[in-house]
Design a protein around this ligand. Structure first.
Ligand SMILES: *Cc1c(COP(=O)(O)O)cnc(C)c1O
Length: 221
């Protein structure tokens, strides 16, 4: 099956309110153009250099999401065109994104990445840290950032109960913030291996790569 057909079929199988981010990291321009042929125009990348290069080569009506760890010194390269940054994991990064947003005379949409897994390698704020940031005076003065929601990654395990518990904890925090007056529409959780559980637990944005494009070719990176 072509990538375009896979995307169309996948979309027809998920509820309408779920946004699909097609994760195109390590995939070639040709593969992404095949996906684009399905009328799908939202793609996610995890590396700044690769994201910028693909942005430059591909049609300008694509919405680009950054889903991987972002270093402060690289924010300037994506600020002019990025649609949503899923992976905001420090206060320092928020400050830099705000600064670059001001320079570009725009508002940059961001998700706070919340650490819900018990793996040392995953980035993110703890729930307490995120609450602290959102209620801080400094954050409230960052007029060029819009926090539109939260993102989280579950532990890479075959234990479905564990994954479910982690997604539940993020959904609970998302609900709590919304009940406290924040307007966080987006809950980005779920990838190829766990998107079904994520949707059951209240995700409304999933980031799916290998299921659509096939296995990644890491040597390409
Ligand atoms: C690579 C990646 C995905 C997609 O992973 P698949 O298993 O290929 O669906 C989702 N989210 C993040 C943050 C990623 O880096």
């Amino acid at each position: 099956m072509s990538v375009a057909a896979k995307i169309s079929e996948f979309k027809s199988c998920i509820p309408k309110h779920i946004s699909l981010i097609a994760v195109s990291k390590t995939q070639s321009i040709e593969k992404i153009m095949e996906a684009y042929a399905s009328e799908h125009k939202i793609f996610g990348e995890n590396k700044v250099q690769e994201l910028v290069s693909k942005y430059e080569q591909l049609p300008k009506d694509i919405e680009w999401h950054l889903i991987g760890h972002l270093q402060t010194n690289k924010v300037k390269y994506i600020a002019p065109f990025v649609t949503l940054i899923h992976s905001v994991d420090s206060f320092k990064l928020l400050q830099e994104i705000n600064k670059q947003a001001v320079k570009n005379n725009k508002i940059i949409n961001c998700l706070l990445q919340i650490y819900i897994a018990d793996e040392e390698t995953k980035f993110g704020f703890s729930i307490q840290e995120a609450e602290h940031v959102l209620s801080s005076k400094e954050f409230k003065e960052m007029n060029n950032i819009n926090i539109s929601g939260l993102m989280g990654m579950a532990t890479n395990t075959t234990n479905e109960n564990k994954i479910r518990t982690e997604f539940k904890s993020l959904k609970k925090f998302h609900d709590k913030l919304n009940n406290n007056g924040y307007k966080l529409n987006v809950l980005s959780m779920g990838m190829s291996s766990d998107y079904k559980i994520a949707i059951e637990e209240g995700s409304n944005m999933i980031r799916v790569g290998s299921l659509l494009f096939g296995e990644r070719n890491y040597s390409h990176n």
